[in-house]
Design a protein around this ligand. Structure first.
Ligand code: CU1
Ligand code: ZN
Length: 180
């Protein structure tokens, strides 16, 4: 697990190809569903806002049918993707990688696999919908961000609903959502 994660961190700019390599046949469409640059035509799948008008890391969801859905913020991405009816159709989730680009004007050249990111929750920066998890491919970068802006660091596998709202007072974050 650690080896896989380290490898993917190095290959953060090529996330789907790396993930799909061993089970691509099962997912089928993963190779065809890479994150694309957002335009002023793109409205958030969850809240309908024009995505590019706002700062902060954005999200994209790749579905089994090859559709790519845009989201205004990491919070709206996960709020949508964690719904059981959404999760069944998701092949991959992408977030802006703040190890490579900025909070204020995130570059669409730097999306990464959401499952491989470290996230800072409960910090003082505001995204399109207010609180927004800050994703990083490199944990040291997340640590530096938390030292500057507050908050706590979680790996994707540890994230749970309270973190979307900056609430860190929930005890062990891995205790609930990880249950199958
Ligand atoms: Cu919104
Ligand atoms: Zn939204």
């Amino acid at each position: 697990m650690t080896t896989r994660r380290q490898t993917l961190t190095l290959l953060a700019s090529l996330p789907v190809i790396a993930v799909a390599g061993c089970d691509g046949a099962a997912n089928g469409t993963a190779d065809a569903c890479q994150p694309t640059p957002l335009t002023d035509e793109d409205e958030c799948t969850l809240c309908g806002m024009t995505i590019v008008n706002f700062p902060g890391p954005k999200g994209q969801a790749c579905l089994r049918d090859g559709a790519l859905l845009p989201f205004c913020s990491t919070g709206d991405l996960f709020s949508w993707a964690w719904q059981p009816e959404s999760a069944a159709s998701v092949v991959a989730l992408y977030v802006h990688n703040l190890s490579r680009t900025s909070w204020d004007e995130p570059s669409d050249a730097h999306f990464m696999d959401a499952e491989e990111a470290w996230y800072v929750a409960g910090h003082d920066q505001k995204g399109a919908m207010g609180e927004a998890l800050a994703p990083f491919s490199v944990r040291e970068d997340a640590k530096a961000f938390a030292e500057a802006h507050g908050g706590s660091i979680f790996h994707h596998d540890e994230l749970d609903w309270p973190h979307l709202h900056g609430d860190l007072a929930d005890g062990d974050p891995s205790a609930t959502r990880a249950v199958i």
